[in-house]
Design a protein around this ligand. Sequence first.
Ligand SMILES: [Fe+2]
Ligand SMILES: [Fe+2]
Length: 187
Amino acid sequence: MTVRQRTLDLREIKISLDVFFHQLEVTHLCHQFVEQRGIKCDKEILLIAASTHDLGKADPLTDPQILYKPGKYTEEEFGHMKVHSQLGAVLVTGRYPEAVAKVVRQHHENADGSGYPLGLTNDEIKLEARIINICDYYIANTSDRSYRKARTHIDTINLMKINKNEFDLRLLQEFFNMFDAEMEKVV
Ligand SMILES: [Fe+2]
Ligand SMILES: [Fe+2]
């Protein structure tokens, strides 16, 4: 095996692991959220979709140079990264119930229509995708990224408040309530 081939293999393993652990964290938070707040949804679909939602980032069609770019994306690069939700939907199709692919495809749709790939709004977005959207945002912001350090819990919550229209407001309120309930338990 050449050094170059080995480097490529190691890079692929790193991408797969990064995506795997991110998905695991999002799945764990989704589970905690719906259990603690009694959110009625299809839990099987939610958890399978949460644990596969970013598979498209590990697909060979996603350019690792863009995935790990240290700075801000250009419009073209962002366009390239946006495809991951559709790639992921293709990857899970046929392996899991049909609704999983739909939720994976919709996990970056925002309630105010500012998301992708279709710019769907509110109830046009499946409930499980709206839940993942919130938990994914929280985990992504509280984790280190190639272009910035992890934000604190408080900074992330404040950012979610500023951008609240992107989310299902009823769910967002419940999400905040979850942390308040956790705080009360400690005191
Ligand atoms: Fe994603
Ligand atoms: Fe994600």
